[in-house]
Ligand binder design. Structure first.
Ligand SMILES: [Zn+2]
Length: 339
C-alpha cells in the first residue's frame, strides 16, 4: 500500500528566530515556562514513542559518529562538553531542558499568533500545499538541511513550512491540514540529525558505495555494542547487514508514529482510512520506505550535488519546490550557464 494521505500542509510566513524570552513575551503566554512548552511539544509529537532517556542517549551516539559532531552540538547549546554529556545521559526531562536554555525558537512572527482556549493559532498570510502532490522531494530536501544550522532551517521552512513543532490546534479534528507554529530550534535539529543518520544508510543502500558501506557497518555495529573484527566480513555481507538495519530502524520509527486512522471525513462526507501524518519527518520516513520497496533510483543533482529521487528517466535536477512549476536547481543551473 502506498501513501494515501490527502491533507494539506501550511506554509506560514515569515519564520523568524527568537530568543526564548522574546518568544514568550511575543505570544503573551501565561505558559511562559520552557519546561511546560517543551513538554507539550514532546507530548504532541511524542519523540517517536521512545523514552526520553533512550532518545537522548541515541542522539549522543549519533553525534559521536560524526566528525566534530559533539563540538558542533556543544557550541550550539553554549555549554561545556562535560555538562552536555551528563545532560544527554540523564533520564530527566527537567534537566534535559537545560540544553535548550540558550538556544532559539523558530516561529511565525509572534504578532501573528493568538492564544485560544486550547492552544495557539495564527492569523495572516498562509499558503497550503498537498503532500501527495507537491511533497515528492520532502525527504531529499530534509536531508539537505545541515543539523544545527539555523539559517538552513529557516530556508527550508520558507519553502515547506516548519517540519515539526508546536501544532496549531483546530477546535475540531475535521481540519485535515497541518500547521506548525513554532518550535525550539534544537528540537528540530535533533530530529534532523536522526533523519540524516537514517538517510545516510539509505544512500549507502541505493548507491552501494563501498567506503560508505564500510563506515556505516562499523558505526552501526558499535552502536549495537558489537565489536566487529576488521576484514571479517566481505562487502556483500556488510551490504546485506545494512539493508536489514534500515528496515529495523525505519520500522521502529514508523510504528511509534502510530497506525492508519479510520475516520469520518467531514469534507467528503465519507468514511475512510488514511495514513495519519504527524509531521514532515514522518512523511519523509514513509517516502524512504516507499523508495526502498519500489526500488526507485537516486541520482545526484547536476546543480546542487545533493541526491534526489528520479521520477522520469532524463531528470537531472532536484524536483520543483511546492508552489513552483520548475526546478529551482534547473533554473539556477541555466542562469549560470548562460552568464
Ligand atoms: Zn539540486
Amino acid at each position: 500500500m502506498g501513501i494515501s494521505f490527502d491533507g494539506g500542509f501550511i506554509v506560514n510566513k515569515p519564520y523568524k528566530l527568537y530568543s526564548l524570552e522574546d518568544y514568550f513575551k511575543g505570544i503573551n503566554s501565561e505558559d511562559d515556562d520552557l519546561f511546560n512548552h517543551f513538554n507539550f511539544i514532546l507530548n504532541q509529537n511524542m519523540i517517536v514513542g521512545e523514552e526520553i532517556k533512550a532518545y537522548f542517549k541515541k542522539m549522543a551516539s549519533i553525534l559521536g559518529d560524526y566528525d566534530g559532531g559533539m563540538s558542533i552540538f556543544t557550541n550550539y547549546v553554549h555549554k561545556e562538553k562535560r555538562k552536555v554529556s551528563s545532560l544527554l545521559n540523564c533520564n530527566n526531562l527537567e534537566a534535559i531542558v537545560q540544553l535548550f536554555e540558550d538556544t532559539k525558537i523558530i516561529s511565525v512572527e509572534t504578532n501573528k499568533i493568538n492564544n485560544y482556549v486550547n492552544g495557539l493559532k495564527t492569523v495572516g498570510d498562509k499558503r497550503q500545499y498537498y503532500l501527495m502532490q507537491s511533497g515528492e522531494s520532502i525527504f531529499t530536501e530534509l536531508a539537505k538541511v545541515v543539523p544545527f544550522n539555523d539559517i538552513d532551517l529557516v530556508k527550508f521552512s520558507k519553502n515547506f513550512g516548519l517540519p515539526t513543532g508546536y501544532k496549531e490546534s483546530g477546535l475540531f479534528e475535521t481540519e485535515r491540514s497541518i500547521e506548525f507554529i513554532s518550535s525550539p530550534t534544537l528540537y528540530i535539529h535533533l530530529r534532523l540529525l536522526e533523519f540524516k543518520d537514517i538517510f545516510n544508510l539509505f544512500v549507502a543502500i541505493k548507491t552501494k558505495e563501498p567506503n560508505l558501506i564500510k563506515l556505516l557497518f562499523s558505526n552501526h555495529g558499535d552502536r549495537k555494542g558489537i565489536d566487529i573484527p576488521e576484514n571479517e566480513f566481505d562487502e556483500e555481507e556488510m551490504y546485506i547487514a545494512l539493508k536489514s538495519d534500515i528496515a529495523t530502524e525505519l520500522n521502529h520509527i514508523l510504528i511509534n508514529y502510530g497506525n492508519n486512522s479510520f475516520e469520518f471525513n467531514v469534507q467528503t462526507g465519507k468514511f475512510s482510512e488514511t495514513e495519519k501524518i504527524e509531521d514532515l519527518f514522518h512523511f519523509g520516513y514513509i517516502q524512504m520506505k516507499q523508495s526502498l520497496i519500489n526500488e526507485t533510483e537516486l541520482r545526484k543533482c547536476e546543480y546542487c550535488g545533493h541526491y534526489f529521487e528520479v521520477n522520469h528517466g532524463k531528470q537531472r535536477f532536484c524536483p520543483p519546490l511546492p508552489f513552483r512549476k520548475r526546478s529551482s536547481c534547473e533554473t539556477a543551473y541555466n542562469r549560470e550557464k548562460n552568464k
